[in-house]
Design a protein. Sequence first.
Length: 284
Amino acid sequence: MLRRTGIIGTLIGLLALVLWAPSAVAAPAAPAAGDCGVLAPGASAAAQSAIAAACAQVDAGTWYTWGGGHGAQPGATYGQVDPTDPASDQDPERLGFDCSGLVRYAYAQAAGSDILNGDASQQYYTTRAAARFTAAQGLAPLLPGDLLAYGNSADLHHIAIYLGAGKMVEAKQSGTHLMVSDVRLGGDYFGAVRVNTGAVTGHVFRTWGTGVWTKTAPSVSATRVYAFPGPTSIRVECQKHAETVTSDGYTNDAWAYLPDYKAWMTNIYIQGPAWLDGVPTCTT
């Protein structure tokens, strides 16, 4: 039979063992759905870094400012007055980002180089696309770090970074700080792109000229898809001889298929020879 003092000593020992036992069994808690952070599994290390960089700016209370983030190097800059938005009057005094400026900065921090310099359209149609998703696919196939684009094929006017759980981080509009928002599906939601921060694959060329339209078929009369506002890096999948085009002093019947745009453009406006070196002939 144990004496009273023995029982008390045993209980004290057991309590000490519980209190001093290692507590590393619990994993770190994920951010709540309303917080800024990675809110779903599956994100690459680079995507997680991009989200962390964007969320640090949210936590710092950084302003949206029209044209912000488009300086010589990625980072916050003072904005400009948007003539269509009275709320932007103070943007020249606000240090911050617009939507594409934030995306540019976040992925530059993640990749260690300025891989997404440009506006929302240029970022969505990047040659660094690892995957693309249509609006009809909704959120089901998306992973944190994917870029959500708004507008239409000729004019994508907004872009944001998906966090998971139906949330995105964005620089939304003048007069507001960077924020976490519910993903806005429907309306002018265009689709999403997953960014490849590694080596660019495929045949990459540079366009020249301004306002050069891509087409749904290799013909000048085909429906317009997207106009390059200026010289742009493009990925060419294949090329074929089709309708002859004469423009800006050149004549050529070669057309290139651009998989990132799902569209064609005349080789006249692609820097290089009339028939692009190393690019295969389209078989379909």
